[in-house]
Design a protein around this ligand. Structure first.
Ligand SMILES: [Zn+2]
Length: 445
């Protein structure tokens, strides 16, 4: 057997087995073909002395819906070691027809969820405050069927952004999804802050009634106002009853969304116990500025898609959420015209650092970023074994750290030596390959 590539002398992290061992790893085409102490012949050799070798990171919750953008967010995630990602979250997933046209060769392995709000727009509902009528619901069901048959990974809701969505509308779509194997529903729940517990229960209820998998999105940012522990307990209790509920979290005490969204409708100060001074413009002409009543009015009126970073959550709760054994790291990376929250460029190294600070071993820490999220979406990634996809990240355990900040949002992390996607070297020493190495993923029945 001649290998295409041999990675020598690295410490292989096995998230499933919990082991870290110095072994050689060989790749043939796009799969791991050898793990052992010998050195079979290979066309190319990488010396990973001093480096950890992990399965590539799996990001089940990110945003790549500005399809005119050539792939800024994909590149930012790839530089962090993300090799597989799912876009279209929070209700925003575009139609696959358009995705296939615009995302022919992604930088990483990229799948899409179908967005509930996108479905609404396709049937002509532009008013996010309005409930859908029966005939509109029927048309949304048809479109969802088409998307699921066409390879969508599932359905995403952003209920906070369409606050009067009726149970009838949600249930009709969940009933459609329940007929398709290995699809899930991701839910950005209806309320953050004090009403989040009812909203978590709403998500759990859907998993139970329709026997579908429900992923509660960025649980930290919805609940880290004194409610994270109770929210997780609700999920644990539901799982003990047999409900298929999962969740994810990003490692920042500040969330990010557009100023024109319902999240910033009057009354938000009360939900978070914090005012305009906690809000920072992340894109557009006020980028970097804290909001004043005048800036708030101007942005809401004239630049509603501009992103805001809201420094409003409790970090200790976000940390508690992230270290929970059921919690997947997910970036929720989102950019508007290439600008946004540093999580797009730093979430994974930052989460691993936090998890190490919480006392986890390296295999335990990377499990939250690899095997766990991959299982949550029935993806073959995230495994360190022969036959697994050759999606790998080589990093220096001492140097790994995120560098993206609220000022320098897309600064790449330090300590990532190389990233392999489908057996190809996609990043080496911080430099991207000339051509993208990823594939557009579809879920076939
Ligand atoms: Zn969201």
């Amino acid at each position: 057997m001649e290998l295409d590539l041999m990675i020598k002398n690295g410490i292989l992290l096995d998230p499933a087995g919990g082991s870290e061992k110095r072994l050689n790893l060989g790749v043939v085409k796009d799969a791991i073909a050898y793990i052992g102490e010998e050195t079979p012949a290979a066309k190319r050799l990488i010396d990973a002395q001093g480096l950890m070798v992990s399965p590539g990171f799996v990001d089940t919750h990110m945003h790549d819906e500005e399809l005119e953008d050539p792939g800024t967010i994909q590149q930012a995630l790839l530089r962090q070691g993300v090799t597989t990602a799912l876009a279209g979250n929070c209700g925003s997933g575009p139609s696959l027809e358009r995705v296939r046209e615009m995302r022919k060769s992604p930088w990483l392995n990229l799948g899409y969820l179908t967005g509930h709000r996108a479905l609404r727009e396709e049937v002509g509902i532009s008013d996010v405050y309005r409930a859908a009528a029966e005939n509109e619901i029927a048309r949304m069901e048809d479109r969802l069927k088409r998307e699921l048959s066409n390879g969508s990974f599932g359905l995403s809701f952003g209920l906070e952004y369409a606050p009067n969505t009726s149970p009838r509308e949600i249930e009709a779509l969940c009933r459609v999804l329940a007929d398709y194997p290995n699809r899930f529903v991701s839910i950005h729940i209806r309320h953050d802050g004090p009403e989040c517990l009812e909203s978590v229960e709403e998500a759990i209820g859907l998993a139970e009634r329709f026997r579908i998998r429900v992923q509660v999105s960025h649980l930290g940012s919805m609940t880290a106002f004194g409610f994270t522990e109770r929210s997780i307990r609700l999920i644990e209790e539901a799982r003990a009853r047999g409900a298929d509920v999962t969740f994810d979290c990003y490692p920042y005490a500040a969330f990010c969304t557009s100023i024109g969204s319902t999240v910033f409708d009057p009354g938000f100060e009360k939900r978070w116990g914090k005012g305009l001074e906690s809000l920072e413009a992340a894109s557009g002409k006020y980028r970097g500025k804290r909001l004043t009543p005048e800036i708030y009015e101007d942005m809401r009126q004239n630049d509603p898609k501009a992103l805001i970073i809201a420094h409003v959550m409790n970090e200790w709760e976000i940390r508690a959420c992230l270290r929970h054994p059921l919690c997947a790291v997910a970036s929720d990376g989102v950019l508007h015209n290439g600008e946004g929250h540093p999580r797009a460029a730093g979430a994974f190294p930052r989460a691993l650092r936090w998890l190490r600070e919480e006392g986890l071993s390296w295999p335990e820490a990377v499990r939250h970023a690899t095997a766990l999220p991959a299982e949550m979406c029935w993806l073959p990634a995230g495994r360190m074994e022969v036959g697994a996809p050759a999606d790998l990240v080589l990093f220096s355990p001492d140097d790994l750290r995120d560098c993206a900040t609220f000022e320098d949002q897309l600064a790449p992390p330090e300590g990532i030596a190389a990233v392999l996607v489908n057996g190809q070297i996609a990043v080496e020493g911080g430099v991207l390959s000339a051509e993208p190495c990823g594939r557009l993923l579809s879920r076939k029945p």
